[in-house]
Design a protein around this ligand. Structure first.
Ligand SMILES: [Cu+2]
Length: 137
């Protein structure tokens, strides 16, 4: 008699874990799955270095200039008290930065244009955590 019940309990636990890992199905990162989506590149020796400060709740500076196809090492310093990230989908970058911490990723955008890097923590981009990214040839 305890056996089927046990199997069901394990199944339920596995399903709970699976749904916690997958999180929301929308395009925006939300909730617990936020930290699992990191996509960060090793800094490139000799590349341009840029530092962006994240605070509660903005980025400084709000502009970033890149050369198409060339790596730039972007360091994000989180001076705020909540988790922020730096997400630039054209460069396939999503870097989390804990409060009081900093992190660096190299960033390459292949084609010229105007793009936006955002903090993808729900509500933060809407509150102003957006960096205008100008990519020139
Ligand atoms: Cu943020």
């Amino acid at each position: 008699m305890p056996r089927p019940r046990h199997v069901i309990a394990v199944f339920a636990a596995v399903m709970a874990l699976a749904s916690a890992a997958c999180g929301g199905s929308s395009g925006d990162h939300a909730g617990d799955d936020h930290a699992t989506l990191e996509s960060v590149n090793e800094p490139v020796d000799g590349a341009e270095e840029v530092t962006i400060t994240a605070a509660d709740i903005d980025y400084r500076p709000e502009r970033l200039e890149l050369k198409a196809g060339e790596p730039t090492n972007v360091t994000v310093v989180n001076e705020g008290e909540s988790l922020h990230d730096f997400t630039l989908k054209e460069a396939d970058v999503h870097m989390n930065v804990d409060p009081g911490d900093e992190a660096t990723t190299s960033v390459v955008v292949d084609s010229a244009g105007q793009f936006k890097a955002i903090c993808s923590v729900p509500g933060h981009a809407d509150a102003g955590m957006v960096v205008q990214v100008s990519v020139t040839q």
